[in-house]
Design a protein around this ligand. Structure first.
Ligand SMILES: [Zn+2]
Length: 140
């Protein structure tokens, strides 16, 4: 669990060392998600994380991959608009292409980091949560 964080002026920074390890059971395929409550050894906050089964984690990864493909389609449509020769379509196409690229990077990163554990910012690409979760072993 944890332990790095963004340090910016005016924000608290977190310098956690010696990460504690919790062993939690992942639900069997077909079982509902499990919520696990842990207490941070540094700030003493009680944190609830949601753990998904391996099959559910694979479905979540598939959703991220579909997001990458959908974003790619958005980029392609945007490029078609860009070369259409109409100013309005070109502007909209350029905006769609940029949005598609950003969304595809977000979805790609989400697929890479999807571990089937969510809560407190864990599992969200681009988020550096105070209490990040690292699985051991890292993925199913
Ligand atoms: Zn803490």
């Amino acid at each position: 669990m944890n332990f790095w964080a963004r340090t910016t002026p005016g924000e608290a920074s977190f310098d956690y060392r010696g990460a504690a390890a919790w062993e939690v059971r992942r639900p069997a395929d077909g079982e509902p998600v499990m919520r696990h409550l842990v207490r941070c050894g540094v700030c003493a906050r009680e944190l609830t994380f949601t753990v998904h089964s391996i099959a559910a984690t694979e479905r979540r990864r598939m959703r991220w991959r579909r997001g990458v493909w959908a974003s790619g389609v958005l980029v392609a449509l945007g490029l078609v608009g860009l070369v259409s020769g109409h100013l309005g379509l070109a502007v909209a196409g350029g905006a769609a292409a940029v949005a598609g690229v950003l969304a595809s990077v977000f979805a790609w990163a989400g697929g890479l980091t999807e571990a089937g554990v969510t809560g407190h910012g864990s599992g969200l690409p681009g988020v550096l949560p105070q209490h990040a979760v690292v699985l051991s072993p890292p993925s199913p």
